[in-house]
Design a protein around this ligand. Structure first.
Ligand code: FES
Length: 169
């Protein structure tokens, strides 16, 4: 029997180190407690961090009116997955989410095209081919209290003509 033992009951001089059953079970218990603590901690953090923060808000700004109306054309907003279309002093915002299974459509010369299963839409967003069951919708545009143009994705507009927002109308 060695005179001094370290925490693992391993004697440096002993060629055949051994660990007592009590020490082994103690280490196993400590390991289990540490593992369970990490599991509970990770679960708690996941519970306290709401999923709602991971999705962009349904109302968002597209900028000051003079800046928005200054840029004619069709601009893709990747964060909100929508197209901001400006034409002749009017603006409308159209979803870029395919109505088939939710892929993001690409802007093409003739309108929009979905890379997933080949659905096509015309420039107004009407479905013209492929498995897409319905047109691309528009979202309501309005001037917010801050003076910026805001988009409300919870308010869908199906009529392309009614989706235009103008400061003069
Ligand atoms: S998701 Fe666009 S065609 Fe299927």
């Amino acid at each position: 029997m060695p005179r001094y033992r370290n925490s693992l009951n391993v004697d440096k001089d002993n060629k055949d180190p051994s660990m007592t059953r009590r020490t082994f079970l103690s280490l196993l218990g400590v390991g289990a407690l540490v593992g369970a603590g990490h599991l509970v901690g990770a679960s708690l953090v996941g519970f306290l961090y709401p999923n709602a923060l991971k999705t962009p808000p349904s109302v968002f700004s597209i900028g000051r009116p003079k800046d928005v109306f200054a840029s004619e054309g069709r601009v893709f907003n990747p964060k909100q997955k929508c197209f901001i279309i400006v034409r002749s002093g009017k603006v409308r915002v159209q979803t870029a989410v395919c109505t088939h299974l939710g892929c993001t459509v690409n802007a093409v010369e003739t309108g929009f095209s979905c890379p997933c299963h080949g659905s096509t839409y015309d420039l107004e967003g009407l479905n013209t081919g492929g498995p897409a069951p319905s047109p691309l919708v528009y979202f309501q545009v309005f001037r917010g209290a801050s003076g910026e143009l805001m988009v409300d994705k919870s308010r869908a507009i199906n009529d392309p003509g009614a989706a235009w927002y103008s400061e003069t109308a």
